[in-house]
Design a protein around this ligand. Structure first.
Ligand SMILES: *Cc1c(COP(=O)(O)O)cnc(C)c1O
Length: 393
């Protein structure tokens, strides 16, 4: 077992835990008691891995990026989560949690969403597996993300507007938690990243660990090395990074690079870099690094990329960064846009704005000529075309 593994009561060093109101305790506790047994059961594994293969289209390719490699002077490979069904890694997690919910006898799914990507993944899994789906979404986000709202509705989900606070993700999360407290028997709360109270960060990391399981095998099959020298991924909450790093955590020669969204700049006040510019505190039931005022009010994060503007980060990443196992870099809006342009013109792949932040780390690192670098392309850029058109042309 990895020395970076969560403890049985949910701690990653001094981060993590399950800081939930007493009314939520029974729900969280039942999940904590059952999740590892379910993940390990033949019934779960046959459904989950069967759907990953036949429905999601896994394994996703590991693509050698020849022209980008020449530009940066290393062997650069792309882990292609953009080719997963629905266009990003989030489906790996949503399917796993909905299968788990059904195995726990729950037939009503709730989720929160900011930009709508996790809502779409959850609505997709619920349509496929035939369960009722409610997605809480800030009313401001509902206005800003009309195409994803339409997708969720077409998939049969009910989109419930959260009208408190700033009417964004934090408020949607509060509404979802309130729903879960009122409906403890039949409802399962599907969380979209490695955040929230234990066991969610560990559950989501395990469901996304398929990314590094495949990468590890593909590196052996496709290259003359056993292990990559670098694995690079962006972090919002941190689920695609957790999945990309998971099976390399104990391979200490593999440098793990997490890239946060600096927004308009780390010191501009408009940033989402929770590790670089945040402080320790409790958010969504977990002790971690987050963006807050001196008196503990959560501040609204900013990034050009809707999937990265979350005010906290998963406790696993706060911990890995604090012990030096992962290196945290950041990329600004402009750097991410440049990286998107470069990947598109050199490799014919339009990346999601989130993934562009991971690619923007390439010019910041000093590679040796034979270094093997894996960059996770967490999603495809179709959803970001409006922003790209406005900012690049
Ligand atoms: C949601 C999203 C992210 C950020 O979430 P993580 O939990 O940090 O992975 C990154 N990339 C894409 C394409 C997303 O949709």
């Amino acid at each position: 077992m990895s020395k970076y593994q969560v403890t049985p009561d949910g701690n990653y060093g001094r981060y993590g835990g399950a800081w939930v109101p007493e009314m939520l305790y029974p729900n969280v506790e039942r999940l904590r008691r059952e999740y590892l047994k379910i993940l390990d059961s033949d019934e779960f594994k046959s459904q989950y891995f069967g759907l990953l293969r036949d429905y999601v289209g896994r394994p996703t390719p590991l693509t050698f990026a020849k022209r980008i490699s020449e530009i940066f002077g290393a062997n650069i490979y792309l882990k292609r989560e953009d080719l997963a069904h629905t266009g990003a890694h989030k489906i790996n997690n949503a399917l796993g949690q909905v299968i788990m919910a059904k195995m726990m006898g729950k037939d009503r799914i709730i989720a929160e969403t900011g930009a709508g990507q996790h809502g779409v993944a959850t609505a997709t899994a619920c349509a496929l597996l035939g369960v009722k789906c409610l997605v809480y979404m800030g009313s401001l986000d509902i206005e800003r993300q009309a195409p994803n709202v339409a997708r969720m509705k077409m998939l049969g989900a009910e989109v419930v507007p959260a009208t408190s606070g700033n009417c964004t993700l934090k408020d949607a999360t509060n509404e979802a938690l309130r729903d879960w407290i009122s409906n403890p028997e039949d409802t399962f709360y599907v969380i979209g990243s490695v955040v929230g109270p234990h066991p969610y960060p560990d559950l989501v990391a395990r469901l996304q660990s398929i990314i590094s399981e495949e990468t590890k095998r593909q590196v052996r099959e496709q290259t003359d090395k056993d292990l990559p020298d670098y694995v690079i991924a962006c972090i919002g909450g941190g689920s695609n990074a957790a999945g990309s790093f998971y099976n390399f955590l104990d391979d200490e020669s593999v440098r793990l690079i997490a890239v946060e969204a600096a927004g308009r700049g780390l010191d501009s006040g408009d940033t989402a870099a929770s590790i670089a510019r945040g402080t320790e505190g409790i958010i969504h039931g977990s002790r971690t690094m987050l963006m807050q005022t001196d008196d503990g009010q959560i501040t609204e994060p900013y990034s050009i990329s809707a999937g990265l503007d979350y005010p906290g980060v998963g406790p696993l990443h706060a911990y890995l960064a604090s012990v030096g196992r992962e290196t945290v870099l950041s990329a600004t809006d402009d750097e991410a846009l440049e990286a998107a342009k470069l990947l598109t013109l050199s490799e014919g792949i339009i990346p999601a704005l989130e993934s562009s932040h991971a690619l923007a780390a390439l010019p910041k690192l000093k590679f040796k000529k034979d270094d093997l670098v894996v960059v996770t392309v967490s999603g495809r850029g179709d959803k970001d075309m409006q922003t790209y058109m406005k900012r690049l042309f």
